[in-house]
Design a protein around this ligand. Structure first.
Ligand code: PDD
Length: 297
């Protein structure tokens, strides 16, 4: 596979990251995962905006990564993935420097790495139809979850707890409020209204979350961006998670208790259908799609 590393395209196996890299030593580092549907890179500007937000708050030497959008498309083309489902992974770190907690002086050039991989949506498609089991776990993460840093130890541990309980996701609970999953945002349906934690430093502003809330407006589904309280969760008729690889997956049991009827509900199904049509519509509008159909790429 061809990857992109510090301004150059090279074989992924040739990439060499210094053991002094602050991403390796301190997780002083940000990442993004962008979904590629055949012919369509999904909302890359939104992902780059979030990356820039993190780089700004972490005071990285580079705070504008918009030049990476054409690089992502180039990588897809170079790896012959343009007619497939794929994922783009981007990671930027403060760069290599002798180990010292405070920012290095002089500042190193940030390390910039990008790779692509083909993505088989079959597993997620199945989960979208059947729904998943989920568990709740205490939110032991730090309080800047709005930045997509690679410091994911709490997410890794919670995800493993879920796996050991045969659950597909763990939902973090902070002060009695269900915040988000280990790799997804979380929504509840109460009285035909979608309720999801408001944007704050306690959750990641998901690109899929934003798209889903927009689709709810089109579908005339009422949305409240308000805390979802643990002590009211039994009243929810539906629960669901959203994310780049997840798209929209219903939760059918929470901590082994059935949610609503214990099957994917009508609101989740309506949002899933609207999301699929949005993707198809965007695919058709994208110049790559028509070139791909004609066999030009
Ligand atoms: N995770 N919340 C957390 C903690 C996440 O890690 C993610 C995404 C989301 C959903 O965001 P988006 O809709 O922009 O993907 C919410 C990525 C996919 C991952 O870690 O692989």
């Amino acid at each position: 596979m061809t990857a992109y590393f510090n301004g150059r395209f090279m074989d992924k196996d040739e990439v060499r990251i210094s053991p002094d890299d602050r991403g390796f030593l301190f997780s002083d580092s940000l990442y993004e995962v962008i979904r590629y549907y055949p012919g369509l890179l999904f909302r890359p500007e939104a992902h780059i905006r979030r990356l820039n937000h993190g780089a700004d708050h972490l005071k990285f030497a580079c705070r504008d990564f918009s030049h990476l959008v054409p690089v992502a498309r180039d990588l897809i083309r170079q790896n012959h993935l343009f007619d497939q489902d794929a994922l783009v992974y981007i990671q930027v770190t403060r760069g290599p420097a002798p180990r010292n907690h405070a920012f290095p002086d002089p500042e190193p050039e940030p390390t910039v790495y990008m790779c692509v991989s083909s993505f088989d949506p079959a597993g997620k498609d199945r989960q979208r139809k059947t729904g998943i089991n989920a568990i709740t776990v205490p939110d032991i993460r730090w309080v800047r979850c709005d930045m997509k840093t690679t410091g994911l130890t709490a997410n890794v541990l919670a995800s493993q707890q879920a796996a050991e309980k045969k659950a597909g996701e763990a939902i973090f609970v902070r002060d009695g409020v269900l915040m988000e999953g280990t790799h997804s945002n979380f929504m509840a349906v109460l009285d035909n209204t979608v309720i999801t934690a408001p944007l704050s430093n306690y959750i990641l502003g998901g690109i899929t979350r934003e798209t889903v809330l927009d689709l709810c407006r089109d579908l005339d589904i009422r949305v409240f961006q308000e805390p979802v309280y643990e002590n009211r969760i039994h009243l929810a008729s539906e629960l669901l998670i959203t994310g780049t690889t997840t798209e929209i997956i219903p939760i059918v049991t929470l901590n082994t208790k059935p949610v609503g009827k214990g099957t994917p509900g009508p609101v989740a199904k309506a949002i899933q259908a609207a999301f699929s049509s949005r993707i198809q519509q965007l695919q058709k509008q994208h110049p790559w799609f028509s070139s791909m159909k004609k066999g030009f790429i």
